[in-house]
Design a protein around this ligand. Structure first.
Ligand SMILES: NC(=O)c1ccc[n+]([C@@H]2O[C@H](COP(=O)([O-])OP(=O)(O)OC[C@H]3O[C@@H](n4cnc5c(N)ncnc54)[C@H](O)[C@@H]3O)[C@@H](O)[C@H]2O)c1
Length: 354
């Protein structure tokens, strides 16, 4: 017997919703039935493009629609907690974009709502779902690099503060740390085997502003970009210590006097090393010789559309099976504890014990 169709609503129809919509459209047994955005014109446009029948500007009306089984939440970070909790209470399954929310307190309330509702909530840690991340996880899980004791990741934009809500701490919860750092901290932590974080120490800097004066170099800007508004840090760095003795060093920026952008994710074990970004590589030794292994894969670096397709497919499969997704709410809560701990450490100038 064919499985029942899963009917999906999308809340928030800005940039990233496109990748959710494209993915849902490619998955069998899924129907996009409802769309909601505060901006009615944007909602109408997207609904028209994807043949979605119902359009709302108030998410509560979408959640009251009994035809909707599951939602993707692609709104500003300040509404992730409120909409996730309301959706779960309305009996919907939830795929919520990263970061889970803005604070640990919000994260814990979402976790409680997941527990109470018994519905599926998947955090949109899309980088976990990239084929290369899953490939290296297989090597790690099989002991090919031994115990990972150090990881190091950078997500550096020399010029790339998107402005708009991203630059408004009330709506975003912070700057490059919560927006970009969330990706690389989560990916390293996941591949390290999710060791218990014990302390963080971090620094944030707001020295350069958004550098809207820069000419000859274009960068992505949010729809409501205003060069005069920017309340978030330019860059952050952090050291996270884990109970098993491992450590993770990260730095991230929206803007920095760097020669070029950098995206690097590296993990080091006692039997070998792994570089996922900028180019997939495994390092090991054999017969007293160091080997740099280049796995032969379709893509050397993340393939973002495929990663989103895998993420959304996994969400649909988890909903159907009633199984826990590989990025469950508790991982979202743990990552929020690390991120908020780093902001607190930067504020107080002290190491924060988690
Ligand atoms: N996984 C990734 O790689 C990735 C990449 C970019 C953005 N994101 C995340 O996706 C989310 C959206 O980012 P974006 O770049 O698409 O932003 P965006 O500004 O392009 O779009 C956000 C949309 O949400 C709408 N919105 C905001 N609050 C709403 C509410 N309460 N009800 C209904 N609609 C609401 C806005 O009107 C806007 O159209 C953010 O949480 C961001 O962190 C994830």
């Amino acid at each position: 017997m064919a499985a029942a169709t899963i009917k999906v609503g999308i809340i928030g129809l800005g940039s990233i919703s496109e990748l959710h919509l494209q993915a849902y459209r490619r998955i069998e047994g899924v129907q996009l039935v409802a769309a909601c955005d505060l901006n009615g014109t944007r909602a109408e446009e997207k609904a028209g493009k994807y043949g979605i029948g119902k359009v709302y500007t108030d998410y509560r009306e979408l959640l009251a629609d009994s035809e909707v089984d599951a939602v993707s939440i692609c709104t500003w970070n300040n509404s992730h907690a409120e909409i996730s909790i309301a959706a779960l209470r309305a009996g919907k399954h939830v795929l919520v974009e990263k970061p889970l929310c803005r604070t640990v307190e919000e994260a814990e309330r979402i976790e409680e709502a997941v527990r109470e509702s018994g519905k599926t909530l998947q955090v949109g840690f899309v980088r976990r779902y990239d084929a290369n991340a899953q490939l290296v996880k297989q090597f790690i899980d099989n002991g090919d690099v031994g115990g990972i004791y150090y990881a190091k990741a950078s997500f550096i934009r020399r010029l790339g503060n998107p402005g708009g809500w991203f630059a408004d701490p009330e709506r975003s919860g912070g700057g490059p740390l919560i927006d970009l750092g969330v990706h690389i901290i989560d990916l390293c932590w996941y591949l390290m085997g999710r060791p218990k974080p014990v302390s963080v120490t971090g620094n944030t800097y707001k020295k350069l502003g958004n550098r809207s004066h820069i000419q000859h170099l274009s960068f992505y800007q949010a729809a409501d970009y205003d060069p005069n508004v920017n309340g978030v840090e330019d860059m952050a760095n952090a050291l996270i210590r884990f109970e098993n003795g491992a450590s993770l060093l990260v730095d991230v920026s929206f803007t920095l006097h760097a020669k070029k952008d950098e995206f690097a994710v590296r993990l080091y074990g006692d039997q070998g090393g792994i570089e996922i970004e900028p180019e997939l590589a495994i390092v090991t030794e054999k017969h007293n010789t160091i080997l740099n292994i280049a796995p032969q894969t379709d893509n050397k670096s993340i393939h973002i559309e495929d990663a989103f397709l895998n993420e959304v497919r996994h969400f649909v499969d988890s909903v159907r099976a009633g199984s826990k997704p590989i990025s469950p709410v508790e991982d979202g809560v743990a990552v929020m504890r690390m991120l908020c701990g780093i902001y607190e450490s930067a504020r107080t100038g002290e190491e924060v014990w988690l």
